[in-house]
Design a protein around this ligand. Sequence first.
Ligand code: UT7
Length: 350
Amino acid sequence: MGITIIGTGHHVPGKPVPNDALSRVMDTSDEWIRPRTGIAQRHFVAEGEGVSDLALIASQRALKNAGLEAEEVDFIVFATMTPEFIFPGSGGLLGAKLGIPRIPALDIRQQCAAMPFGLQVANGLIETGAARTILLIGADAHAGFMPWDDWDVLTGDADGPVSDEAYERGTRHRGLAVLFGDGAAAMVLRHVDPPRGFLGAELHTDGRLFDRIYIPSGGFRSRPYFTPEMFEREEHIPRMQGRDLFKVAVTELSRCVRSICEKVGVSLDDVDWFIAHQANDRINNAVRQALKVPAEKVPSNIARYGNTSAATIGILLDELRREGKVREGQLVCFFALGSGLNWGATLVRL
Ligand code: UT7
């Protein structure tokens, strides 16, 4: 069977928030952020806006791009680590908003590694005949865990300065807070004839490394699952061991990309594009150098969006397809690592 991506779309909310704006709410600067990460700006959802709202627009664009109506979708796979509710997941909310309630919606939570996992799940569902046309979503809205309250000062709508206490809180979490931005991407997957498409995936999960990036509180080990004390301890904000994650990402992703190419029987030279999760340009450059792959084959858009978690790969793929760079028939390797830790690489003939 040949199962491939026949349509893509993406959406980011609101106006871009440049690095300099973050220095109004914490001790950071464009000079620190840009050379260390490649990030120049990011977008944030508005209060009350959730991932299914972002995903709705991305999905409509992807369906239009595929030349399909929403009614032709018979399965939703929705990847996010920032759902509207602890339960239910956001997939069903998207189905209702798209006007296709009652079709099955599977929520997956592989965080930043969502797309290699999501592509394998979607491929499996079509292979077994459980689905014919899948909408695969990656969407995240991180605004809710940012360590500041003064959104008006951040956006320049209020003068500031913020209180010393707020500034110190922001600064305590600056290593994390500067990285993330909000957005959604959608892919439409279907069987194509003559067959081409999904060639294989190599996926890994290592729960021993869960504390490299995770949210300490707001979980059901605790009674109740969220308390005012947790909030006081700032445990709704993720903890991240950035340096360690960086090293694991470079080592494991290079190994994984090499390994999936060997398994499928293609050389690194045969791959037209390496479409990587956008966590940090320096991670992807180090992977690229380890694999001795030319820079032009490893595109980046992190400067404009930051790390949009589950959405990065889909946003980048959509931009490259719309620019006419990534084309039908080309071989693409998607790779990503995220909280879990989960990581993986997937080869797809578009
Ligand atoms: O999607 C998956 C999740 N995340 C990742 O994959 C992240 C992987 N890791 C990284 O990208 C990098 O580790 C970071 C960009 C997060 C951090 O870069 P780093 O070079 O590892 O910096 P560091 O955390 O070791 O901090 C270096 C210095 C420290 O100051 P001192 O102790 O040397 O005085 C930090 O306090 O930079 C300081 N610092 C900042 N300064 C200004 C940390 N964050 C900031 C900031 N602005 N935002």
